[in-house]
Ligand binder design. Structure first.
Ligand SMILES: O=C[C@H](O)[C@H](O)[C@H](O)COP(=O)(O)O
Length: 262
């Protein structure tokens, strides 16, 4: 890192660097998408270049693929890798049970496929994304373009029976045009405000013809790392339920964090 980032970026950087402790030589790693995951990709690239770490990466978006290559990480497809040791990715929102909303950057489909094909998923976040109940962040749903307005109407109708606090559904735009995912699909954002039963909602959404996938990641995250701008980091292990607090000490004028666990 050449310049000190702003506090939110610092928190993202801290969590990303802590997540690299899970990386071992020879691993096949799912590379997430978004600003937090980008710090992880840069950090991983540094270890490849500096330490000779040998890993292969399966990116979850074309953006991450470009960044990984720039950083000197060997990129392979999921078809070639077939199964992964570890995925490290960000999230838009997380609850105390490690349920997530993802897809704010439009990469939820590849992210869910890659995370599900991994022995372990480590999620890197900052505390601004913590919620008691999911739903404050609009839930992204990827739909195919064919008949998308019908799909949207079916989603709206199905939401009537759901335990949610809002029911507005909007088409995601990129400037004035519909946003397109890497797969050429569209994103509908569901403004639900509070999701009472995430599991039921996820099942309902994925049963609607035209829906490809939704951004609820349930029972997928194994470890959630929450960074703070001052170098503090909380590591929540889903399997054991333990939550540990550590401190990443800055060295070299804030350019390198090391883990002085305490
Ligand atoms: O589609 C995007 C991904 O789900 C991201 O992981 C998520 O939006 C978090 O992104 P960021 O780290 O930029 O907040």
């Amino acid at each position: 890192m050449s310049a000190k980032p702003d506090p939110i970026d610092m928190a993202k950087y801290v969590s990303a660097l802590r997540a690299l402790d899970y990386v071992q030589d020879g691993m096949r790693i799912g590379l997430g998408t978004g600003s937090t995951a980008a710090w992880m990709v840069r950090g991983l690239g540094e270890r490849v270049r500096r330490d000779g770490l040998r890993v292969t990466g399966v990116p979850t978006s074309s953006r991450t693929a470009s960044l990984a290559r720039e950083c000197g990480i060997q990129v392979i497809t999921l078809e070639d890798a077939k199964w992964l040791d570890l995925t490290i990715d960000g999230a838009d929102e997380f609850d105390p049970g490690l349920g997530l909303i993802k897809g704010g950057g439009g990469a939820l489909l590849q992210e869910k496929i890659v995370a599900t094909a991994s022995d372990m998923m480590v999620v890197i976040t900052d505390s601004s994304k913590a919620v008691d109940t999911l739903g404050a962040f609009p839930l992204p749903v990827e739909v195919i373009p064919f008949g998308w307005q019908t799909t949207k109407a079916l989603i709206e109708e199905s939401l009537i029976g759901m335990d949610v606090a809002g029911r507005q559904v909007t088409l995601r735009l990129n400037r004035d045009a519909p946003y397109r995912t890497d797969e050429g699909n569209l994103i509908l954002d569901l403004h639900l405000r509070r999701i009472g039963n995430a599991r039921q909602l996820s099942l309902m959404l994925n049963q609607i013809p035209g829906v490809v996938e939704n951004g609820l990641f349930l029972d997928i995250c194994d470890v959630l790392i929450t960074g703070e701008a001052d170098g503090g980091v909380e590591v929540h292990d889903g399997a054991s339920g333990t939550v540990t607090h550590e401190r990443m000490e800055m060295r070299n004028g804030g350019n390198i964090f090391t883990n002085d666990a305490g």
